[in-house]
Design a protein around this ligand. Structure first.
Ligand code: ZN
Length: 179
């Protein structure tokens, strides 16, 4: 049963009652965003996009959005990449924000503190993985750190051509498998 019929049945409304209810709801919503009925009637072309934009409000666009939204990688890769971009992966660096951790040493190599830069880039194994992935893609630059890689990807891999698409996928796949 679609939502229209469900709503009518739940509130025992006839078609006319439902139409009146929806008119009032729409009017209230438009008033909240500063549009009157006259403003809407005066629109030569009613734009759902424009009204939706007004309802939602203006927000600053997240600079790395294209790395996630235009990425053909597996959903589980994208989820981990999203957490990594927000520095929210569950590693000692993050856990130390709310728990008292005495030993911050990386459990994999015991050489440095366990933070996102170390886990995803600075440890030797990660460097080798990124180096081989870059070589395989024909990109000749040094493996740097996490922030530099994200910045580089935001500037150079946001387009629609095959190389850029591939770069975004390898970024997501690499982060997932290293994690
Ligand atoms: Zn380590």
């Amino acid at each position: 049963m679609d939502s229209f019929l469900l709503y009518k049945e739940r509130y025992c409304m006839g078609n006319q009652d439902y139409s009146v209810f929806m008119d009032c709801a729409a009017k209230t919503m438009l008033e909240q965003i500063g549009l009157t009925e006259a403003d809407v009637a005066a629109m030569s072309n009613y734009s759902i996009k424009k009204v939706y934009g007004l309802c939602r409000g203006e927000f600053q666009k997240i600079p790395w959005r294209r790395l996630i939204c235009n990425n053909a990688g597996l959903p589980k890769w994208l989820f981990i990449l999203l957490l990594a971009l927000q520095r929210r992966l569950q590693i000692k660096e993050r856990i130390a924000c709310w728990a008292n951790i005495k030993d911050m040493e990386c459990v994999l190599c015991s050489k440095e503190n366990e933070d996102i830069d170390h886990i995803l880039f600075e440890r030797e194994y990660a460097k080798q993985v990124w180096s081989k992935l870059l070589f395989w893609q024909g990109i000749h630059r040094d493996v740097s750190n996490w922030q530099h890689k994200v910045t580089w990807a935001m500037e150079n891999a946001k387009g629609k051509n095959a190389e850029q698409e591939l770069y975004r996928m390898t970024l997501a796949g690499g982060v997932y498998h290293l994690w």
